[in-house]
Design a protein around this ligand. Sequence first.
Ligand SMILES: CC(C)(COP(=O)(O)OP(=O)(O)OC[C@H]1O[C@@H](n2cnc3c(N)ncnc32)[C@H](O)[C@@H]1OP(=O)(O)O)[C@@H](O)C(=O)NCCC(=O)NCCS
Length: 140
Amino acid sequence: MLAVRPFAIADTQAVIALWEECGLTRPWNSPQRDILRKLTTQADLFLVGEWDGELVAASMASYDGHRGWIYYFAVALRLQRQGVGREFYQHIEDRLLALGCPKINLQVRSDNHAVQAFYRSLGFGVDAALSMGKRLIADD
Ligand SMILES: CC(C)(COP(=O)(O)OP(=O)(O)OC[C@H]1O[C@@H](n2cnc3c(N)ncnc32)[C@H](O)[C@@H]1OP(=O)(O)O)[C@@H](O)C(=O)NCCC(=O)NCCS
């Protein structure tokens, strides 16, 4: 049984360890800073999932009044392919829908075929859009 709740500051190390285990951290993104920033805006959409009291899933979500966004979505390696990701995702979708969010966007690396298969299984399709970004604050 997956217990889903908002992130608490005491989860910080466990969440970062999970993201590292799942290969989601990047040298140019400080996960500590990303967590502190997220706690300043829609912190209730930063969710974690516990299995037998152990933190096994995490993701940051948001709704900007037009689109919902999902970042840093991860499930512990030992529990992958057992339906945990699907269950955890549904909690996020339910919360975004309750806010009136009409569409969820997310970014997946183009060579990450396994994750694309995961999101396709949840009903996501590929948008005809190029993802662009501009860094405003360097983390290093
Ligand atoms: C993506 C991720 C969250 C999926 O979590 P999960 O708990 O393994 O997913 P589920 O077991 O709920 O899978 C649901 C469905 O997604 C699809 N799927 C999931 N992982 C897949 C894979 N590696 N290859 C192909 N299809 C996959 C399947 O259709 C699966 O259903 P099935 O097992 O009945 O065939 C997990 O693999 C993960 O944490 N990956 C590393 C982190 C990452 O890259 N996150 C995405 C950032 S954008």
